[in-house]
Design a protein around this ligand. Structure first.
Ligand SMILES: Cc1ncc(COP(=O)(O)O)c(C=O)c1O
Length: 495
């Protein structure tokens, strides 16, 4: 185990005049260890340094250290340094528990009169981030990280850092770094048909932050937010945290069921690539939605999370580009196109919302990290972003082909993939009476990760099926994953 150095100045409690110096020092250090501020394995400053710092004699410090060694709090010897013990005395663990926790059962949060939660505080729920676990086939929403041009990114970043200006170290306006906002407006106009000025673009940490911001700005507790079921659970969480009631948006025979939208204040859609089913919203459907929103006064939030990757047919322009009344708020992300930990995306809004979004960001994270924004702006403006996209589109199309072929060859009749044109993942339908939950559980036992489509339903049901990511996996991993999935599903069919 590597050894840690305390690395900071130890601020010890004041000494009462009457307390002998050595006892004061040992008590103060014991307290720091008990509270966990000096963690196990941390190296303490040398006795000479500590003596000078606290105007003590070296002998006093040596005595205090010896006392704590005898009690088991410290270990080490002259020459090798003094460390907080790795195995701390049993009774110390008791001391470490804050007084308010004593007598309460472990794991239950302390009840404190000072910590009475707001209604928001009680509502907000953890939205799990699957990206931080090691990836395996067929995790959805992941790009091919092994193909990210890290050396090129490092070169662009190093170039930017070498000529970093004072203003870049100071900060930027809440809406983001102007050259990046300009680059985003240009890119969205050319490739997604989005109509906006750079002033309407806010740089955020990703679609998730955009959803949360819009929910806070447009929804009051009790309002209705409508979206398709199955739909993106991150949106459900953001709307519910704002206190909204999440209601289903549905279509019948290509017609919008307006009756279900009567009370809606906000409608959330993924028209480019419905999450999780993967269908694109037709032009006729888009026009109906816009028409309804103009009549009802409800806003539309368009999440264009992965339409960059279209493998067949012409790209479908964004709904925002068809909007003539300023009802559509548009959001997208660099996190899926480049790499998930980048945490940069954009929110494009009608002009009337700009000031409100700016205010909300200014009291939240103040602005997205500026150096990352500047590096990304260079990456886009220098043409690397466009090249990366084109390359990935080819790679993902090939991976999708491998998935479709292997599923057809190995799992015909048991699992079926139909008509996927875009994105990093696809829906696949289960046959022969198989159910998504049991299929996912059996697959997990064989090291394959799939999500039942039913898990994305906040209302009603969906045909039994699975959500499979393919973009992040090399052809041989895809083939092996399909083989294992096949064994898992056949096992279920035999039961
Ligand atoms: C439909 C959809 N919207 C939004 C997001 C979140 O995007 P970001 O990482 O930019 O917050 C995801 C991520 O998985 C998604 O699938």
């Amino acid at each position: 185990m590597t050894k840690k150095t305390s690395g900071f100045d130890l601020v010890l409690a004041e000494r009462n005049d009457g307390t002998p110096k050595s006892r004061w020092l040992s008590e103060a250090l014991r307290e720091e260890i008990a509270r966990g501020r000096l963690a196990a394995g941390t190296r303490l400053p040398a006795t000479r340094e500590m003596a000078a710092e606290y105007a003590l004699s070296r002998g006093t410090v040596v005595n205090a250290f010896e006392q704590l060694k005898a009690e088991g709090y410290l270990e080490g010897s002259a020459g090798s340094g003094t460390f907080v013990s790795r195995t701390l005395p049993e009774e110390l663990l008791e001391v470490r528990r804050p007084r308010s926790l004593k007598g309460q059962s472990a794991g239950r949060p302390p009840r404190s009169a000072l910590l009475r939660l707001s209604s928001y505080g009680r509502r907000v729920e953890l939205f799990r981030n699957f990206e931080i676990r090691p990836s395996r086939a067929f995790r959805a929403n992941l790009p091919a990280l092994e193909l990210f041009p890290a050396a090129l990114w490092a070169k662009v970043a190093a170039h930017r850092l070498r000529r970093v200006s004072m203003s870049l170290l100071l900060g930027c306006e809440p809406m983001g770094y102007r050259p990046l906002r300009e680059a985003v407006a240009g890119y969205l106009g050319a490739s997604r048909g989005v109509r906006c000025e750079p002033g309407q673009v806010a740089i955020v940490s990703g679609v998730q932050e955009a959803l949360e911001l819009v929910a806070r700005l447009l929804l009051n507790p009790g309002d209705e937010a409508c979206m398709e079921s199955p739909g993106y659970p991150g949106a459900v969480s953001a709307f519910r945290a704002a206190g909204a009631r999440v209601m289903p948006l549905s279509w019948k025979g290509g017609k919008l069921r307006e009756a279900g939208l009567k009370g809606a204040r906000l409608v959330y859609v993924t028209p480019g690539h419905q999450f999780p089913l993967g269908t694109a919203m037709s032009l006729a459907e888009r026009l109906q939605l816009l028409d309804w929103s103009a009549r009802s006064g409800a806003a539309i939030l368009e999440d264009d999370y992965d339409s960059e990757f279209r493998y067949r047919g012409r790209p479908v322009p964004a709904l925002q580009g068809l909007d003539r009344r300023g009802q559509v708020i548009y959001t997208g992300s660099f996190n899926k196109v480049l790499f998930p930990s980048l945490r940069l995306g954009y929110l494009v809004m009608p002009p009337e919302l700009v000031e409100r979004v700016e205010a909300a960001i200014s009291i939240g994270n103040r602005h997205a990290p500026l150096l990352e924004q500047a590096v990304l702006a260079d990456f886009v403006v220098e043409g690397h972003f466009g090249r990366h996209l084109r390359r990935m589109r080819q790679v993902y199309a090939e991976r999708l082909g491998v998935l479709q072929e292997s599923v057809a060859a190995r799992l015909g009749g048991v699992l079926e993939i139909t008509g996927i044109d875009a994105g990093l993942q696809t829906a696949a339908w289960l046959g022969r009476g198989l159910e998504g939950e049991s299929a996912a559980a059996a697959a997990a036992k064989r090291g394959v990760e799939v999500t039942p489509l039913s898990r994305y339903c906040f209302r009603g049901t969906v045909r039994e099926g699975l959500h499979l990511g393919f973009a992040a996996f090399e052809p041989k991993e895809i083939r092996a994953g399909v083989r294992e999935l096949g064994v898992a599903l056949e096992g279920l069919l035999r039961q």
